[in-house]
Design a protein around this ligand. Structure first.
Ligand code: URP
Ligand code: ZN
Ligand code: ZN
Ligand code: ZN
Length: 468
């Protein structure tokens, strides 16, 4: 079995920071030893391969709990395949994704999961798992979820938005939550009042308000907070935990705060785009704003402070990307003259770790919180811990040697995502993954990609490990 010692770095996990060397044996972490200890010296003399981490952080690989590779949406497919998207993730220090398998209308949940398994199989650079999107909630699909939970698909997303596409009504959502309360599944909700939004969309278009910024105007913060409130009440009635995806509005955060103050198992996720971008981007001249069309939408800049604060207080517990890229040319332009036809979603899987580290640099969160919201909590939330999300003996050797002082500029010219623009074009960040190990194998090192499609494995998940 191959032995590797990662030596000289500062090991940072969600719970501690320690100057220690890490011994990797094969695909797993075998042990940690304090710097300069007898044990560390014996490893150094054992002839094991050494990765020099002096001056670097040694952190768990990122766990991105919300991606959409090759997803059919808005008449097209998100532009990253499992091959290109997981490679880009690896470049950015993310070593596990949880993607969403879509139940097609009129089809079984299982058929969607099988289809996504087939798309990913043999193509991923890093490990992957699946949630399933329920778009046809009835007795038979709910019965299917029992078996899927046993097989490692332990969370299901329901949409209060997108009538006629993924939308479920309150009764369907309640039933899904009741099933989750009994089979252990975590219910994830896209909380926006899609019925009301569609009225506002129709009115905007009828009045000639057709450009991208109106996407943000019709998808009102109040319609996010209203849906969040409703989802919380439905979860209370069902006695089920609730995970609210891509929270963007301050008013929605306030609903989560209220629920959590009551001691409910209600959790919130936000994404880098809501922390770093705003309606100013949606209002960029010409059709540029289409690059920033996603749902929930970007909000006025003043919401950002509320999201950061909620991340510090754990009223928001996870930062995922909702990576769902569409090219500006040929995809986003489906919505020229009608913002409602712009495919919803933004690229980001490559930049999450760096953007959140930038928040460490700026003093918004500390290093352990960075790892908690980007690695440890998503791993626990989605039943992957402690194989993923931490650095401890027995865990998978998904490890990033992170250079906290490497400056770089985010740009479509240098990123690895299969999309023709960057939402962060020209943004300078400090910190970068130098060496990335996926189950013991070096997949990125010093600007070279050494990974391979098919190295990544499907990971069946246990149920949520984050409940009160
Ligand atoms: O705009 C987004 N978020 N696209 C992906 C689908 C979803 O709602 O998560
Ligand atoms: Zn969504
Ligand atoms: Zn404010
Ligand atoms: Zn999504």
């Amino acid at each position: 079995m191959e032995r590797t010692v990662i030596s000289g770095g500062l090991v940072v996990t969600a719970s501690e920071e320690v100057e220690a060397d890490v011994l990797v044996e094969g695909e797993r972490i075998a042990a940690l030893a304090l710097r300069g200890s007898e044990t560390a010296r014996s490893w150094a003399e054992s002839g094991a391969r050494t990765v020099d981490a002096a001056g670097h952080y040694v952190v768990p690989g990122g766990v991105d709990g919300h991606t959409h590779m090759e997803m059919p949406f808005g008449g097209t497919y998100s532009a990253d395949t499992f091959e290109t998207g997981t490679r880009a993730a690896a470049w950015g220090g993310t070593t596990t994704i949880v993607d969403f398998a879509v139940q097609g209308r009129g089809r079984s949940v299982r058929a969607g999961v099988d289809e996504w398994m087939a798309k990913a199989e043999g193509r991923c650079a890093i490990d992957y798992a699946f949630h399933a999107i329920l778009s046809d909630v009835d007795e038979s699909s709910l019965r299917e979820t029992d078996a899927l939970v046993d097989e490692g698909v332990t969370s299901f997303k329901l949409f209060m938005a997108y009538p006629g596409v993924f939308y479920s009504d309150d009764g369907q959502i309640l039933r899904a939550m009741q099933r989750g309360a009994s089979n252990g599944a975590l219910t994830m909700v896209h909380a926006e009042n899609g019925i009301a939004i569609d009225v506002l969309v129709e009115q905007a278009l009828a009045e000639g308000r057709t450009d991208p910024r109106h996407h943000g105007e019709v998808r009102k913060a109040l319609l996010e907070s209203e849906a969040t409130h409703r989802a919380v009440q439905l979860a209370r009635v069902a006695g089920s935990p609730l995970y609210v995806v891509h929270v963007s509005a301050r008013e929605a955060v306030e609903e989560l705060v209220r629920a959590r103050d009551m001691g409910l198992n209600v959790f919130g996720e936000t994404c880098p785009q809501y922390l770093f971008l705003s309606t100013d981007n949606l209002a960029e001249p010409g059709f540029e704003g289409a690059k920033y069309v996603c749902s929930t939408p970007l909000r006025p800049r003043e919401h950002q402070e509320h999201l950061w604060r909620a991340l510090r207080t754990n009223d928001l517990s996870v930062v995922s990307t909702d990576h769902c890229p569409f090219c500006f040319s040929g995809q986003k332009d489906l919505g020229v003259g009608d913002f409602s036809k712009i495919p919803n979603g933004m690229p980001g899987v490559e930049h999450r770790m760096d953007l959140l580290h930038q928040a460490v640099v700026e003093g918004r969160i500390d290093r352990r919180r960075w790892i908690e919201i980007a690695c440890a909590t998503p791993a626990r939330m989605f039943g992957l811990y402690p194989s993923k999300g931490t650095i401890s003996p027995g865990a998978d050797a998904d490890i990033v040697v992170y250079d906290p002082s490497a400056e770089h500029v985010l740009s479509a010219a240098t990123h690895h995502m299969n999309v023709d623009y960057s939402a962060y074009e020209g943004r300078r960040v400090t910190g970068r993954a130098r060496t990335v190990l996926s189950r013991g194998r070096v997949v990125v090192d010093g600007g070279a990609y050494l990974g391979e499609a098919g190295h990544g494995r499907y990971v069946p998940r246990s149920t949520c490990q984050y409940l009160i």
